[in-house]
Design a protein around this ligand. Sequence first.
Ligand SMILES: Nc1ncnc2c1ncn2[C@@H]1O[C@H](COP(=O)(O)OP(=O)(O)OP(=O)(O)O)[C@@H](O)[C@H]1O
Ligand SMILES: [Mg+2]
Length: 366
Amino acid sequence: MTFQTPPAVEVRNLAKHYGDFVALKNVNVTIAAGEYFVLLGPSGGGKTTLLRTIGGFQKPTSGDVFLHGKSVGHLPPDKRPTTMVFQAYALFPHMNVTQNVGYGLKVAGLPKAQIADKVAHALDQVGLTKFAQRKPHELSGGQQQRVQLARAIVLDRDILLLDEPLAALDAQLRKDMCLELKHLQEKVGITFIHVTHNQEEAMTVADRIALIANGDLVEVGRARDIYRAPEKSFTASFVGENNVLKGKVSDANGVSVTVDVAGAKLQVAKRDLPVSTGQNVTLSIRSECVALETVNDSNAPTDGLSMLGAYDESVYLGLTTSHLVRLPDGTEMVSRIIADADDTLPVNGAPVRLRWKPTDIRLHVE
Ligand SMILES: Nc1ncnc2c1ncn2[C@@H]1O[C@H](COP(=O)(O)OP(=O)(O)OP(=O)(O)O)[C@@H](O)[C@H]1O
Ligand SMILES: [Mg+2]
């Protein structure tokens, strides 16, 4: 008989209400041991609430949290295998790095020699051996975070909870720190649950991303799957730069479905979605998958993978240029193209055709 390692975290039917307000509706999620898991979503969606409930700082209204296969509903934060990483202020300012990291063990009454061994090992793991004698104010923000990670390691806490750990940093430092966190997690091998509303940060660090919005867990997946093949229309609108189009199904009989959008009849793979004629659906196409062609007039031919519109304006973004095109019903579409030094742009109002590949358009039923 083989025993599989239980997941680090299992959240079952979790709901959290604040009075009448529902912050989490009915969340189910499983996080494997050693996984770098990101909770991503718009402000107010419920990310912090979920993280704090896992850590035991908040009691769920209903549902359960299991850590390493054991229900922890009755346990306070310090009795759980979790550690919450806060920003700078969580270290003792008068103690050096060694003392900060060893503090929890000292309180637990461990012999001095054992504390010294464990602390040295943890500092080595997080790359802070050289900084052992420094005080927190002599460390960078990233180094201070590593001290907190070392603290978690000596206490054998193997689930690290990080709420917007990089929010206070400027853009460049944020990028560097992001990669550093990722490498640290790979090296130490413990489970990270990292909350952010920054998509690039999420994609940089995550093994898997969960999208959280309006108290719901909308979708979970690897960064590339969520980006390239979003299941839900919300995911398409939140991740990447998608053109999200509303339409009505006019033919659902084939492997591909015909959807009427702004006077055009578009073809999209049905996959295994339950769709029928007359149903309202959503389509998404990433802006970088939409090619732009100038045409002679607004009666130019189209097929199920193209639409006509009027050129509106361009936005130069350095690496890419976004071309904005208005469809006959007023909807704006974006075609994002690697910027050319000598871009000659269509004039405002010029008829253009937008075109994409069959694999680049997706159907969503919600
Ligand atoms: N103690 C509380 N009492 C009442 N409402 C609360 C309380 N804490 C959070 N909320 C509400 O619950 C919702 C979810 O809050 P939460 O902090 O989990 O969001 P978040 O996804 O972390 O957002 P942000 O990205 O802005 O940090 C918000 O609408 C918030 O106003
Ligand atoms: Mg939050």
